[in-house]
Design a protein around this ligand. Structure first.
Ligand code: F0G
Length: 410
């Protein structure tokens, strides 16, 4: 392994890579995993990688956990789908969707959890824990089951999608539903982890984000060692945008690519503290008390990784936008019907955001664009029941007559 340390992004203080520390003990800043890149040679890496299948662990030289002890369910290696029908509708030259719903538990969280739970085992953790809007809990529950570790998840009561809750329960996690928001749940679980020695696997955990950065390596490889002009993705707790940006920066640092993409974050109107901070050019994030959106995965008022994510947007010369719930559901339907990709509302926010940024002229139509679809549509079946047309109910004796009328060919 080439890991050097855990380094505070604010004050630079360093910690041993095997320390159980989530934020800087001196200043409370977020931590980043550092590597000795000088010991890694691009041509050698490319040669080793060419012999391994597309997956998170393919890139083990740039990961902080011991691959010989990996806790894996076969994560990563998700499809990068060229979306020609949607592209032509939007008038865009080259559009792809990286479909993270193809991961083992149906979301990008698995990339992080394979590393995070491997690390938990390595560090001798007795149990894992997280707060969640749904996907993190589903993923952590599955990987903890695989590792034989008890798992505690705290979720905002009545506010997470049914499919995700069912996954956490099925994998045997202890689920506490608290009266409050995701932000309240995160505050409580962080306290609990400090006091009781549970291993925290929210995205404030720097090891988890290392797994998530592999999406950047995969996209580059799937485009034939090319970097897209833009990555468009939903922002909730703001970990993923930071992680993916790190992945692209590393490829450039190692001399594998010359360019980096512009990172474009999308938030929902009722839960957009990060977007507002960027749009108003503020130094600090002002948390939102009661975030609300149909995209329950990103219903977050106080994104913990905002400072890393701000750096990602600023350094990459990217941007942010805000979309309405209606735009999110429309985008979900478009992607499902034009491209055969059924993604959950938070994921569809990336498409809705693209539409908006094309209209605003922020993104031009001749760019190569990758939208990240972070989770599978089946996670949240209630959205379809609420917002889509009802199935057509009919007596069996009238099928032929009605079909003609419904299909317009009677
Ligand atoms: N998309 C989906 C489907 C998510 O589940 C999440 C976050 C995000 C986007 C936002 O990613 O937080 O890294 O900016 N879900 C977390 C959870 C908060 O608990 O499942 P982020």
């Amino acid at each position: 392994m080439f890991v050097e340390s855990l380094k505070c992004i604010e004050c630079g203080r360093e910690y041993a890579p095997n320390a159980i520390v989530y934020t800087c003990e001196a200043c409370g800043g977020l931590l980043d995993v550092t590597y000795d890149y000088s010991r890694l040679e691009a041509s050698q890496l490319l040669e080793i990688w060419s012999r391994r299948p597309l997956s998170v662990w393919k890139y083990q030289e740039l990961l902080p956990a011991d691959s010989s002890r990996k806790v894996s369910l076969g994560e990563g290696g998700t499809g990068l789908h060229r979306c020609s029908r949607l592209a032509s509708k939007l008038g865009v030259k080259e559009l792809y969707v990286k479909n993270e719903g193809e991961n083992p538990t149906g979301s990008f969280k698995d990339r992080g959890m394979t590393i995070g739970v491997t690390k938990a085992v390595e560090l001798g953790a007795k149990a894992t824990a997280c707060a969640s809007t749904g996907n993190t809990s589903a993923s952590l529950a599955a990987y903890s089951a695989k590792a034989g570790l008890p798992c505690l998840v705290i979720v905002p009561s009545g506010k997470i999608a049914r499919g995700k809750l069912v996954q956490a329960v099925a994998h045997g996690a202890k689920v506490l539903a608290i009266k409050g928001s995701f932000d309240d749940a995160l505050r409580e679980v962080r306290k609990l982890c400090e006091k009781r020695g549970l291993y925290l696997l929210n995205s404030v955990n720097p090891f988890r984000l290392e797994g998530q950065k592999t999406l950047a390596y995969e996209v580059c490889e799937q485009l034939g060692r090319r970097v897209p002009d833009r990555i468009v993705l939903p922002v909730g707790n703001a970990g993923n945008i930071s992680a993916i940006w790190k992945g692209f920066k590393e490829l450039r640092e190692l001399g594998i690519t010359r360019e980096t993409p512009k990172m474009m974050g999308v938030q929902a109107e009722g839960a957009a503290p990060f977007a507002h901070m960027i749009l108003q050019n503020l130094d600090k994030l002002t948390p939102l008390d009661k975030p609300e959106t149909v995209a329950s995965a990103i219903r977050i008022g106080a994104p913990v990784n905002w400072s890393k994510a701000k750096a990602a947007v600023v350094e990459s010369k990217g941007g942010v936008t805000v979309v309405s719930d209606e735009e999110i559901v429309d985008a979900q339907r478009e992607l499902a019907r034009l491209e055969g990709l059924f993604v959950e509302p938070a994921s569809a926010a990336s498409i809705a955001g693209l539409v908006k940024m094309l209209e605003q002229g922020v993104i031009s139509r001749d760019e190569t664009i990758v939208c990240v679809a972070t989770g599978h549509g089946l996670k949240d079946p209630d959205i379809v029941v609420r917002f889509y047309e009802e199935p057509f109910e009919v007596e069996s004796s009238r099928v032929e007559e009605v079909v003609g009328r419904v299909l317009g060919c009677g």
